[in-house]
Every structure is written in C-alpha cells, then in structure tokens.
Design a protein around this ligand. Structure first.
Ligand SMILES: Nc1ncnc2c1ncn2[C@@H]1O[C@H](COP(=O)(O)OP(=O)(O)OP(=O)(O)O)[C@@H](O)[C@H]1O
Ligand SMILES: Cc1ncc(CO)c(N)n1
Length: 274
C-alpha cells in the first residue's frame, strides 16, 4: 500500500486540518500518517485556542515516521510558527522527502490566523523552496506574490511569479472569491486551468486541506501532477456535493461519501431497531 504523511494542525471539530487530511488520504486509498504541529480548539463557527507542539516533539514525530514507514508523499498544512517551520524544512531535507505538497495555510475558513505574522518569512525562505507543488488560495497567493488578484489573468500572473521565485509548481485555487471553482496550475512555464463545477453548498470548512491531501494521495499512488490535481478536484466535488450539514457555522464535508460496506449503516438502515 502506498503511504502519505500530513504535517499539520489538529481541528477538534474534524472538518479541516489533520482530521480532514487523514480521512481524505484513506478515502483516496493510501495509508495515512500524521505529525501534529499544533492542537486547535475549533468548531464550525471559529477557533478559540491554539496549543503548539514544541519543535523538539515535532522533530521526534518526524524522525519516528521517516525512519520506519517512509511516506510516498507529504502534505504540509498549518505550520504555525517559525521554529516549527525550521524543523519541518530540516527534516524534509534530511530524509530527502519526495512529492511534497505545501498548502500555505495562513487563515482559517472562519477568519482566524493559523500562521503567526513573523512566520510568513520562514515559510517563504525555508518551506516553499522544498515544495513539488504549492496550493495557495487567492489571499495566500496575494501575500506570496505581493500583487492583488482580481481575475483569472491575475491568478496566472501570481502563480507564475510564485513558481519562478520558489522553483515549484503552483496551483492557485479559485475557491469562493475569484473564478468560482476554477483552479489554475502553473508548471514550468505552462498554465493549465482545471474547471470545477461550482456546488451551491455553504459548508466549505476544510476544502483547502482536503484538496491538498487528495493531491498528495494521488502523487503517492504514482499519478503525474496534472492527473493528481484532476482526481483531487473530482474527489473534493463529490465530498462537497454530498451536502452534509453539521454544526452552526460553515460545516465540514462528507469525506467518506464514496465508501460503501457492511459497517457503514446504523440500526435504522439495517431494519433491526435500536
Ligand atoms: N462551492 C464550491 N464548489 C466547488 N468547488 C469549490 C467550491 N468552493 C471551493 N471549491 C474548490 O475547493 C478547493 C479549495 O479551494 P478554496 O479556495 O476553498 O481553498 P481554501 O480557501 O484554502 O480552503 P479553506 O477554507 O480550507 O482554507 C478548490 O479546488 C476550489 O476550486
Ligand atoms: C487545523 C486547521 N488547519 C487548517 C485549517 C484551514 O481551514 C483549519 N481551519 N484548521
């Protein structure tokens, strides 16, 4: 079985972060492992607290993983602070990690900062140059390129400038603000648009985490980048289109929508009472 590792923060409400990543990786047929950078006390309405791992303990998690079950792909999400970013970059270099998908998470869907202000510099200098592909949303692409984005041409310009600067492929996600669900991949000078069917579902908590984990899973299985992105978008559309509706705020998606089997149903579906 192919294997994937997520290096990210825990979301106690289960829709984003480590929890979304693990569900996504399992649904995409790879063995999932995790190194947790921070715990968040979070639900669909917001984040109420963050407790970071120490750099030493994060390093220890990564040593345990890389010296035993080597991941076929790695995804990074909430990396939280400069000292943790340094550890992640050092370990990825030390173990020559491959297929690295960097989701440059800065702010949660609910608007809470998940990357400290002074860590943006460390992210740019240490982590981005190690990425095989970077997956910024529009606000993140604006921070990384230093340019405002108002339309599809701006997305192409920003992806190109980020890709050239950091020497990696860049998937600029259209998401909810610009370009609906159309995402732009810049790779070695070539722009490719991935057209998404916009789904009328307000429950988009964790869409970014889910997409980057699905890309990592498909890279782990041996798909090329374009195919990995296409398959990841199909998976995401399925999870969003399942129209799960939980919580009082922007709720999570149904990550396991495509699973079927004997262990899924409850007593009502099985017709055997409580
Ligand atoms: N309503 C929608 N219907 C279909 N696809 C969508 C919708 N909203 C977002 N997407 C897709 O979800 C993926 C993640 O994009 P998005 O811009 O939402 O990421 P993000 O802002 O990083 O997510 P997060 O809210 O988790 O931080 C992209 O492929 C985007 O096109
Ligand atoms: C832990 C965590 N990582 C990422 C996101 C981005 O949505 C979130 N809300 N929480």
């Amino acid at each position: 079985m192919k294997t994937a590792l997520t290096i990210a923060g825990s979301d106690s409400s289960g829709g984003a972060g480590i929890q979304a990543d693990i569900k996504t990786m399992c649904a995409n047929g790879v063995y999932a492992m995790s190194a947790i950078t921070a715990l968040t006390a979070q639900n669909t309405t917001g984040v109420s607290g963050i407790l970071e791992s120490t750099p030493e303990f994060l390093a220890s998690q990564l040593d345990c993983i890389f010296t035993d079950i080597f991941p076929d792909a790695v995804k990074t999400g909430m990396v939280s602070s400069a000292p943790l970013i340094r550890v992640i970059a050092d370990k990825l270099r030390q173990y020559r990690a491959k297929n690295i998908v960097v989701d440059p998470v800065m702010v949660s869907t609910s608007g809470f900062r998940l990357l400290s202000e002074d860590a943006v510099k460390a992210l740019k200098e240490q982590l981005l140059p190690l990425a095989s592909v970077l997956t910024p949303n529009i606000p993140e692409a604006e921070v990384l390129s230093g340019e405002p984005i108002a339309g599809p041409e701006d997305m192409e310009r920003a992806a190109r400038s980020i890709g050239v600067r950091y020497g990696c492929a860049v998937l600029c996600k259209g998401g909810h603000r610009v370009s609906d669900a159309d995402d732009l991949l810049w790779r070695s000078g070539v722009c490719t648009w991935f057209r998404g069917r916009r789904i009328d579902n307000p429950n988009t908590h964790g869409t970014g985490c889910t997409l980057s984990s699905a890309i990592a899973s498909n890279l782990a299985k041996g798909f090329g980048l374009e195919q990995a992105v296409e398959r990841a978008k199909d998976y995401l559309s399925g999870a969003l289109g399942a129209m799960l509706d939980l919580g009082a705020g922007q709720g999570p998606m149904d990550h396991l929508h495509s699973l079927s089997g004997a262990f899924l149903g409850g007593p009502e579906e099985r017709g055997c009472g409580g």
